[in-house]
Design a protein around this ligand. Structure first.
Ligand SMILES: Cc1cc2nc3c(=O)[nH]c(=O)nc-3n(C[C@H](O)[C@H](O)[C@H](O)COP(=O)(O)O)c2cc1C
Length: 356
């Protein structure tokens, strides 16, 4: 029925379809819908407080007994560099003046803390079946604690070297994240975005380099992409952008409109919103400040300075300063409930496989 069952067997799921964890856009409702449909629902915790994580995990465990996936950031905490911060705010000064905002205005900001003991306590308590990390892996003692819960450990690789590094440290499966992917790149062994290959080139090379099963991510949004991922040696797919038009996605009307109207040529990699490279729909901030800037404060500190501009612009209906994360295949996204999308992706993939 499926060309490869390694990921279904490893995760205990029916379909080789993983809804990508997408911080700020995916919460319990989507996770439950996808897991109940037979795929793997994924809760991103990168922007959640401990209390929010607990609430989301309680809501998920109440509504489904199917396997779930919980995702954390594991970046090195940044050093605050006052000079760099001052120069970056100077660069933004003309926008503060233009929009009439106080650059020190307080804007509720997200957590973006790396995985730590307290988050690990929640993993121990809620024992998600799959735990993944973005930006490498946390320190070994935390990995050991996660492993002792029986969870399967996964992380994203953006190069063959990163995939080997993750396998050597005990990852049970590896997400090969191609250049097309929306949101933050998992890149962690280098800062050089010119090292980043597309899904078509990356997946087979990662599949050749590691023994653990590979999950393809980046630009996959319909059955054609899923079939291609299997042909390239992946055992499953992780799909992000295509789930952003589901009603369960917490995406503002402004962001939703941008996603619906974006073409393959309108996204780019930028570091100006957070300090790390991520794919987003081109807007004024990216055009004028980036797309890649050497002066931006380290991840995640860069987000603070743009916060007041984003708030003010959004209140006036403008996405000029909003990070509109999107992969290159947003035009293939369909406005379907997440369960329906998951089931259709599976049925259409099986139909396509039979047609060869
Ligand atoms: C809005 C958005 C937010 C994302 N947030 C996360 C995240 O919190 N953690 C993570 O591991 N990956 C995150 N990603 C990357 C996805 O896991 C995945 O690699 C990507 O969506 C795949 O490419 P696609 O968007 O073309 O399907 C995000 C992607 C998007 C589009």
């Amino acid at each position: 029925m499926w060309p490869d069952y390694r990921i279904q067997n490893l995760f205990g799921i029916e379909l080789p379809i993983i809804q990508a964890p997408m911080a700020s856009c995916v919460f319990s409702e989507m996770v439950v819908a996808v897991s109940e449909a037979g795929g793997l629902g994924s809760l991103p915790c990168g922007l959640l407080s401990l209390e929010q994580m607990r609430n989301e995990l309680e809501a998920i465990r109440r509504q489904t007994s199917r396997p779930i996936h919980v995702n954390f950031f594991c970046h090195t905490p940044p050093q605050v560099d006052a000079n760099r911060e001052r120069l970056w705010r100077q660069r933004l000064q003309r926008y503060y003046v233009e929009l009439g905002v106080d650059q020190n205005m307080s804007v509720p900001s997200a957590n973006r803390a790396p995985f730590d003991d307290k988050m690990c306590d929640l993993v121990v308590e809620f024992h998600p079946e799959v735990v993944s990390f973005h930006f490498g892996l946390p320190e070994e003692k935390l990995i050991q604690r996660v492993r002792s819960t029986g969870a399967t450990i996964v992380s994203s690789a953006t190069t063959v070297d990163e995939a080997r590094w993750l396998e050597e440290r005990g990852c049970n499966a590896i997400i090969a994240q191609g250049y097309e992917a929306g949101g933050h790149r998992g890149i962690f062994l280098s800062e050089d975005v010119s090292t980043q290959a597309g899904t078509m080139a990356l997946v087979p090379q990662v599949a050749d380099a590691v023994k653990v099963p590979v999950i393809a991510a980046g630009g996959i949004a319909d059955a054609r992409g899923v079939v291609a991922a299997f042909a390239l040696g992946a055992a499953a797919v992780q799909i992000g952008t295509a789930y952003l038009l589901c009603p369960e996605a917490k995406v503002s009307p402004l962001y939703r409109e941008a996603l619906k109207n974006t073409t393959d040529a309108q996204t780019t990699l930028t570091n100006i919103f957070t300090g790390r490279p991520a794919r987003a729909i081109m807007n004024r901030a990216i055009k004028e400040l980036g797309p890649i800037s050497e002066n931006v404060p380290d991840f995640p500190l860069a987000a603070a300075a743009l916060g007041p501009l984003r708030s003010k612009a959004e209140a006036a209906g403008s996405g000029n300063f909003t990070p509109l994360w999107s992969g290159q295949a947003s035009r293939l996204a369909r406005e379907l409930p997440a369960a329906e999308l998951t089931k259709r992706l599976a049925t259409e993939t099986r139909d396509k496989l039979r047609s060869f």
